[in-house]
Design a protein around this ligand. Structure first.
Ligand SMILES: Nc1ncnc2c1ncn2[C@@H]1O[C@H](COP(=O)(O)OP(=O)(O)OP(=O)(O)O)[C@@H](O)[C@H]1O
Ligand SMILES: [Mg+2]
Length: 226
């Protein structure tokens, strides 16, 4: 199956009479199990594209299929269901709940799926073990290092068994060693479990570890190198 299929995708933002054409006609196919990096200058549309792929936002025009489903045929509830079932997110600034334990942060996506509490906790524990944080279940984000927090975020992205993990600058706030560890985790996830990874990065070294580099400029794909 194909994780993402985009044709002539555009996204324009309208702000106080001003229009910004953030994406200006993107054609892109990302297959199951791929490992792709999206790179490009600041403001070129990378996050906008990630938000569309992740069903956090809708295109202005064009066709986007996620897991073979044309998102324009789904109402907001169905779109959220598709997102919940198929996609895990990792953000540069972790986006964890600050006053909540690692275990409960990771279990949260399962609440929206109606998974019973005991099973939520079991699966969250497994996901945290998989990222090497079995000893930090009860720590809050403020009691963890940046690298540990990002691993919690990866566990949260994984707990629902997604087909795809979308990561926007996942190593952007980490030092080299922690960034390296996070990349290693994503690589293992891709190799061992066949989870497709699409990540945005500014770092050529990080991009070089992906099997495909998609260069974005001015809202268009400029170059796509496998
Ligand atoms: N919510 C919004 N409302 C209005 N304009 C927006 C909005 N989000 C993004 N833009 C504009 O759309 C363009 C693309 O933004 P986007 O966030 O996708 O860039 P990016 O490639 O992710 O940049 P960066 O590398 O700095 O994160 C920019 O010109 C930005 O100012
Ligand atoms: Mg961005």
């Amino acid at each position: 199956m194909t994780a993402f299929e985009a044709a002539a995708l555009t996204r324009s933002y309208h702000l106080e009479g001003v229009t910004v054409d953030a994406l200006r006609g993107v054609d892109l196919t990302i297959g199951d199990g791929e490992f792709a990096a999206i790179i490009g200058p600041s403001g070129s549309g990378k996050s906008t594209l990630m938000h569309l792929l992740g069903c956090l936002d809708r295109p202005t025009s064009g066709v986007l299929k996620v897991g073979g489903v044309d998102v324009s045929t789904l109402d907001d509830t169905r779109l959220a269901e598709l997102r919940n079932r198929m996609i895990g997110f990792v953000f540069q600034s972790f986006h964890l709940l600050g006053r909540t334990s690692a275990l409960d942060n990771v279990a949260l996506p399962l609440v929206y799926r109606g998974v019973p509490r005991a099973e939520r906790r079991r699966r969250a524990r497994e996901a945290l073990e998989a990222v090497g944080l079995a000893h930090r279940l009860d720590h809050r984000p403020s009691q963890m290092s940046g690298g540990e927090q990002q691993r919690v975020a990866i566990a949260r992205a994984l707990v629902g068994d997604p087909q795809v993990v979308l990561a926007d600058e996942p190593t952007g706030n980490l030092d080299t060693r922690n960034g390296d560890e996070v990349m290693g985790l994503l690589e293992r996830l891709n190799a061992d479990q066949g989870v497709a990874i699409v990540l945005v990065t500014h770092e050529p070294e990080v991009a070089g570890r992906a099997r495909r580099q998609i260069h974005v400029r001015d809202g268009l794909i400029e170059r796509d190198v496998a």
